[in-house]
Design a protein around this ligand. Structure first.
Ligand code: NAD
Ligand code: IPM
Ligand code: MN
Length: 362
């Protein structure tokens, strides 16, 4: 039996509802594949602020350091929206990524054949979409200094953030992207704003330099505005996308709609060690929290990514992905992916049906 220590970070909003589905799924898969998961819950985000006054308590960070993998749901909500930025739930998530040095965020967007009618885009546009966004996660404008709200000489306030990238930061995310492209399809598109921003100019130079080491990868470049448009016009032109922190945040929410819903998009946040955070791309969805309306599948697929990237259990990961396809094939849909003649279910029922399905699959 393989034993793994997993830290669970349910966070806020729909977080607790969706993570409990993923935990049940992991338990079933554990039985099938002879894997023993030891789960420990820890606080992050608004829940941690309410309990301890801090969005990322030291005890949470310790628990994370002592685990084999971290499964995170989502943080944030109306209640904490007026706090200063360094005390908000979001600051806890950013600190977690920063402290664990998780510089690479992989966000695959693949449309499942069962969900073609769930996308607002036309079938011929989205059918066969299979791309992955490699987002830089611990630098760029999210982390650059100076940052803050400062008083000017004229007595008004001035909000400041700084977009900055060093060559080494670009190179390390570039390598992850080139390696990813080498494994899947050999197409890499780097997205920047090199026509205006110096950081992007350096970004482009570094990517071009790296391309020399990866002759089998076909590198292209797009400006971020055009890329946003191209993603909706002809998404199948993309294989692997590499981009900075802020552009990656925005581009991946756009990519989500190619798959039917942001409720379907998982992610892996990785660094140089094997300790990663596995988290859906979406947020805490406060507008539907506590109503049993959330789609738990992005969370479940994030658990599959954990098995794949963090725990080296690709068969167990594939089993979960097969189970998800199977449940959709049976016609069950949460409201975000609902389409004509399908069977509308809540978060909990979606989870229960997925578990029954996994239990009967071989
Ligand atoms: P959001 O992703 O939480 O929600 C956007 C829309 O998508 C909402 O209408 C929501 O109901 C819907 N949605 C999201 N996930 C869904 C799911 N699994 N099933 C069904 N519908 C789903 O983005 P937002 O509303 O801009 O942000 C809400 C809060 O979440 C904010 O505090 C934000 O900072 C935070 N946030 C956290 C993360 C994270 O923890 N990684 C990511 C994004 C946003
Ligand atoms: C995400 C979220 C976060 C980000 C926020 C909540 C800090 O939007 O994971 O995509 O911007 O990285
Ligand atoms: Mn985001």
């Amino acid at each position: 039996t393989q034993n793994y220590q997993i830290t669970l970070l349910p966070g806020d909003g729909i977080g607790p509802e969706i993570i409990s589905v993923a935990v049940d799924v992991l338990k079933v898969v554990g039985k099938k594949f002879d894997i023993q998961f030891n789960f420990t819950k820890a606080l992050i985000g608004g829940a941690a602020i309410d309990a301890t006054g801090e969005p990322l308590p030291a005890s949470t960070l310790n628990a994370c350091h002592q685990s084999d993998s971290i499964l995170l749901a989502a943080i944030g909500g109306y209640k904490w929206d007026s706090l200063p930025s360094n005390m908000r739930p979001e600051a806890g998530l950013l600190a977690l990524r920063g402290k664990l040095k998780l510089f690479a965020n992989l966000r695959p967007a693949r449309i499942l054949p069962q969900l073609i009618d769930a996308s607002p885009l036309k079938k011929n546009v989205v059918e066969g979409v299979n791309l992955i966004v490699v987002r830089e996660l611990i630098s760029g404008i999210y982390f650059g200094k100076p940052k803050g709200i400062f008083a000017t000489k004229d007595g008004e306030k001035r909000g400041v953030n700084t977009m900055a990238y060093s060559e080494s930061e670009i190179e390390r995310i570039g390598r992850v992207a080139f390696e990813t492209a080498k494994k899947q399809g050999h197409k890499l598109c780097s997205i920047d704003k090199a026509n205006v921003l110096e950081t992007s100019h350096l970004w482009r130079d570094c990517m071009n330099k790296l391309a020399g080491e990866y002759p089998d990868v076909e590198l292209s470049h797009l400006y971020v505005d055009n890329a946003a448009m191209q993603l909706l016009r002809a998404p199948k032109q993309f294989g692997v996308i590499v981009t900075g922190n802020l552009f990656g945040d925005i581009i991946s929410d756009i990519a989500a709609m190619l798959t039917g819903s942001i409720g379907m998009l998982p992610s892996a946040s990785l660094g140089n060690s094997s300790l990663g955070v596995y988290e859906p791309v979406h947020g805490s969805a406060p507008d539907i929290a506590g109503q049993d309306r959330a789609n738990p599948l992005a969370q479940v697929l994030s658990a599959a990514m954990m098995l794949n990237y963090g725990l080296n259990q690709p068969k167990a990961a594939e089993f979960i992905e097969k189970g998800v396809s199977q449940v959709l094939e049976l016609g069950y849909r949460t409201e975000d992916i609902m389409s004509a003649n399908m069977n509308l279910v809540g978060c909990k029922t979606m989870g229960d049906i997925l578990i029954q399905t996994l239990e009967t699959m071989d």
